[in-house]
Design a protein around this ligand. Structure first.
Ligand code: NAD
Ligand code: UDP
Length: 389
């Protein structure tokens, strides 16, 4: 029996399209490619400088149902004239390419600004000039600090959601001073959002802007010394995973008091698929994509990861599982932090009917099971090697 035709949220059949996905070899890109191959008829022109995280989709046996639907194009969008041709061949461009690791924002501020603003410019231009739809990945970091963070610590208004919930169409973007170069990333992302928005307003570009709120899951970043540089500092999930795998205490920057909401990558990818397949509902919008129910301090995240990792690995936790470090020591001069990030979900709910499903405990259980299975053996081998005399 033929499978029933796939329909969009308004009951219209979904036409197969070609997607130019820039940054397809990264964390989010790899999950999005997987989803598109397994569950849709769409084609992907996957653009990146790396392909390791999508190797399983590119190199599988010819019998795989998607062999003809995904093609990898190894190119750096900074300086490759093939980019415009790939955008012209596609119905939709999704731009994920960016430097988006906080350790880089204040140590490589120029690369951060170029990657998040300058390098994204031609993508926006080619989409606008060729009347192609664009889904651009921005960040929740564009909100910066909450209004409430400027109130005294014990002020009752700090408890009022009006002072901390982040709304796409109402909240201000509050960054720290220029010498706090952490904000160079947020500022570059904000300017490219404004440019995309202006292309929509003046030239009719069909766009959607995504603001991810700490999407986490398997394949995020790298484990230092195993599949990334030994001295590299990835985002918090990979930092804490690395500490757990090596039986070291988890490092809490400035006491781990900052708050974050974490969403499971597989939930978040559902939201992106809805945007792809419902252009009439997604065009012209900026969407928060996060899980407001999964809020913790970084300290609580460390404690929960320690407990979950002990369960999935069968290894007892350390007696002192965390250690405090200063941000200057951990990230260097010029680091600053977002205090609290709770997404307002009104717009994505109204336009796409999307809601996250997975609790923080469950998403950590499946993610840390993956981390243990993928890395524990490699770590054991590296750490058991005798030191060179
Ligand atoms: P990632 O680093 O895993 O993926 C980015 C990919 O882009 C990498 O594979 C990288 O090789 C590629 N890339 C970078 N510059 C390139 C260039 N010049 N040419 C070709 N390829 C290039 O990051 P991610 O977590 O998958 O994030 C994707 C997007 O989502 C980024 O724009 C990021 O700012 C945004 N974002 C993600 C999160 C999150 O929670 N993961 C949060 C906020 C924003
Ligand atoms: N952090 C930490 N220890 C680490 C890595 C990160 O305490 O080993 C903190 C970091 O200072 C920030 C939070 O964890 O407050 C989240 O950091 P991440 O790099 O994931 O990105 P962010 O959410 O700040 O963009």
């Amino acid at each position: 029996m033929a499978s029933p035709a796939r329909v969009d949220l308004d009951g219209n059949p979904i036409r197969p399209i070609t997607i130019c996905m820039i940054g397809a070899g990264g964390f989010i890109g790899s999950h999005l490619c997987e989803k598109l191959m397994a569950e849709t008829p769409h084609k992907v022109l996957a653009v990146d400088v790396y392909s390791d995280k999508i190797k399983h989709l590119l190199e599988g046996p010819a019998s795989l149902p998607w062999t003809d639907r995904i093609h990898f194009h190894r190119l750096n969008i900074k300086n490759d004239s093939r980019l415009e041709g790939l955008i012209k061949m596609s119905d939709l461009t999704i731009n994920l390419a960016a430097i988006c690791t906080p350790a880089d924002y204040n140590t490589r501020p120029l690369d951060t600004i170029y990657s998040n603003f300058i390098d994204a410019l031609p993508v926006v231009k080619y989409c606008s000039e060729n009347n192609k739809r664009l889904i651009h990945f921005s960040t929740c970091e564009v909100y910066g600090k909450t209004i409430g963070s400027f109130l005294p610590t014990d002020h009752p208004m700090r408890q009022d959601p009006a002072y901390f919930i982040l709304k796409e169409d109402a909240s201000p973007c509050i960054f720290g001073p220029i010498e706090k170069q952490r904000w160079s990333y947020a500022c570059a992302k904000q300017l490219i959002e404004r440019l995309v928005y202006a292309e929509g307003a003046e030239n009719g570009l069909e766009f959607t802007i995504v603001r991810p709120f700490n999407w986490i899951g398997p394949r995020m970043d790298f484990i230092p010394g195993i599949d990334g540089p030994s001295e590299g500092v990835p985002r918090v999930l990979a930092c804490f995973s690395n500490n757990l795998l090596r039986h070291e205490p988890l490092k809490l920057v400035d006491g781990g008091q900052s708050q974050r909401t974490f969403v499971y990558i597989k939930d978040a990818i559902e939201a992106v698929l809805l945007m792809i397949e419902n252009p009439a509902r997604a065009n012209g919008h900026i969407f928060n994509v996060g899980n407001p129910n999964n809020e913790v301090t970084v300290r609580q995240l460390a404690e929960m990861m320690t407990e979950v990792y002990s369960k999935v690995s069968g290894e007892p936790p350390l007696e002192a599982p965390t250690v405090d470090v200063s941000s200057k020591e951990f990230y260097g001069e010029g680091y600053d932090d977002s205090d609290k990030r709770i997404p307002d979900m009104t717009i994505i709910n109204r336009q796409l009917g999307w809601n996250p499903k997975t609790s923080l405990w469950d998403l950590l259980e499946s993610t840390l099971t993956y981390q243990h299975r993928t890395y524990a053996e490699a770590i054991k081998q590296v750490t058991s090697k005798p030191l060179a005399s």
